[in-house]
Design a protein around this ligand. Structure first.
Ligand code: SF4
Ligand code: SF4
Length: 506
């Protein structure tokens, strides 16, 4: 029988819970099967000598990533991060305090990589790498969404997300990968996207969308696939192809491209913006996934690459794409590589090339959820903080009613949706529901104050997570909306005679 989940009660403000040690022990995700591990270049199962393999891997990572070494040594136990994690606030398990999560690996680091830990382990809190420790790693490094909220408050800038990534890399090296993330990466290698949607099914879906949009607005808005010579390659999360509310965002991008008069295409080879290599901390897999985008761009001869609404995909694209898969010197140097769809649409608005009728969205009272990877690990536009202002400017250009949630829950202090970092799987549903509590609390507060009807987001994971967890907190699943749905709904189309470049290509 399925476990009953105690959904947290939303209070008027966030309370630090009374700690319940080990309440989330044993709540880790399913383990990847050997064939899933092998597809990613990892050991299939836990070998007998797993301790020495894990310690060798840890030594390798300490040398390779200077930050990991610094994070192991720099913590002064000041406590500033302890109550900043949504999973601690939602579950009350003290091992979900960021510093305690780091300590699960720091204690082992001290035991094997410091002199004091080798000779006086008890004095410095060093422990042997036992099976119990391994199980804690598996459980609690999969109760971190790598959201980086805690690092905002750490006076030393210690980034628990990077510690989690290192731990997951070590786990993969000994055959203890996570089923959800590794299975998805395998699908990307085999088929091209997270959903395992093959090219013919994708083509059918896009043709269906063209028909739906034409029936709806009487204009042939194109959804091209693998069209060589297009100006723009759109790389978007595969959830955009059919899941609600994501697909309405894709319709919005297509309408924007149509109105801009640019040619664009999707690619069946790079039919996925998501890059779960980031989540499992594997540079090799992150690179292999990113290279598909480079290959598709070259094969199709595009001039620009634009990313759709996906938080961690934008983090990988903004922060790492050039080092993972560059140089992109074959693209048009007048545009950023890559560019976010929000930047693209914002530029059009700024230059007066997009007209929006806000009144179309008058039945919506909007708020906006800053997605962690966009907010704390990337930027948009050419001014600091553009990742906060640009999506809000888009919403305000398309809607008359917009209100932010409480200041301590937005921008760089945003709370994770609860499902990021490779945790968007039903085997972690309890964690996801409880981890969503701080965001739900802020939403409830804003709803009471401003009668919010819709929560906009620019991340496929946030949209899926909210669709699932909103009903647990008394909201409706369809209150989640893509920013580009708001834009798409509000576009005032020029006729083809006013805008000849938009004539349908046959
Ligand atoms: S990175 Fe996010 S999920 Fe992980 S410990 Fe810090 S606040 Fe919690
Ligand atoms: S805020 Fe930083 S230094 Fe302080 S306990 Fe947390 S990780 Fe350690």
């Amino acid at each position: 029988m399925a476990k009953t989940i105690d959904v947290p009660v939303l209070k008027p403000y966030i309370e630090i819970p009374k700690l319940q040690p080990d309440v989330m022990a044993g709540s880790g995700p399913y383990i990847a099967k050997p064939d899933m591990q092998a597809a990613l270049g990892f050991r299939g199962e836990l070998p007998e000598d797993w301790q020495s393999i894990a310690l060798n891997k840890m030594g390798e990572l300490l040398k390779k990533y200077r930050s990991f070494q610094v994070y192991m040594d720099a913590c002064v136990k000041c406590g500033a991060c302890t109550d900043k994690c949504h999973y601690l606030l939602g579950t009350a398990d003290p091992k979900n305090m960021p510093v305690a999560r780091q300590d699960l690996i720091r204690k082992v680091y001290r035991r094997y990589f410091t002199l004091a830990g080798k000779y006086f382990p008890k004095l410095v809190g060093a422990v042997d790498l036992t099976e119990e420790v391994l199980n804690d790693w598996h459980n609690y490094y999969h109760q971190c969404s790598e959201c980086r909220r805690c690092s905002v408050y750490c006076p030393y800038g210690i980034d628990t997300a990077e510690v989690t990534m290192a731990a997951r890399e070590i786990l993969n090296s000994i055959g203890r990968g996570q089923k959800y993330s590794n299975e998805i990466i395998g699908k990307v290698y085999k088929i091209g996207n997270n959903l395992g949607l093959p090219e013919p099914a994708l083509r059918d879906t896009l043709e269906g969308l063209e028909e739906d949009v034409e029936a709806d607005i009487g204009i042939k808005v194109r959804f091209p696939l693998d069209e060589a010579g297009a100006e723009i390659l759109l790389v978007t999360p595969s959830a955009d192809f059919f899941a609600e509310p994501h697909v309405d965002g894709l319709v919005g991008y297509a309408k924007v491209f149509h109105q801009a008069g640019v040619t664009w295409t999707l690619s069946s080879k790079a039919s996925e913006a998501a890059n779960f290599g980031l989540f499992i901390g594997s540079y090799e897999n992150m690179r292999r996934i990113a290279l598909r985008i480079r290959e598709a761009a070259i094969e199709l001869g595009v001039k620009r690459i634009v990313f759709g609404e996906c938080g961690h995909a934008w983090r990988v694209a903004y922060s790492f794409l050039n080092t993972l898969a560059g140089p992109f010197d074959f693209l048009d140097p007048r545009y950023p590589v890559p560019q976010h769809i929000c930047e693209f649409t914002y530029d059009l608005l700024q230059s007066g090339k997009l007209t929006l009728d806000k009144s179309v969205n008058d039945h919506r009272v909007m708020t906006f959820h800053d997605s962690c990877n966009v907010a704390r690990a990337s930027r948009m536009g050419n001014v600091p903080g553009g990742q906060f202002t640009i999506p809000r400017e888009l919403i305000k250009a398309a809607c008359n009613n917009f209100y932010d949630m409480a200041p301590e829950t937005i921008h760089d202090q945003t709370y994770c949706c609860g499902g990021g970092g490779g945790l968007l799987t039903d085997d972690l549903l309890e964690l996801r529901i409880k981890g969503a509590m701080p965001r739900m609390q802020a939403l409830q507060q804003a709803t009471e104050q401003y009668q919010i009807t819709h929560l906009a987001a620019i991340c496929a994971i946030c949209k899926s997570q909210f669709t699932k967890v909103l009903p647990y907190y008394g909201f409706k699943m369809d209150q989640v909306i893509s920013v580009h749905q708001l834009i798409g709904d509000a576009i005032v189309f020029q006729t083809d005679s006013e805008h000849p470049e938009n004539n349908t290509v046959t």
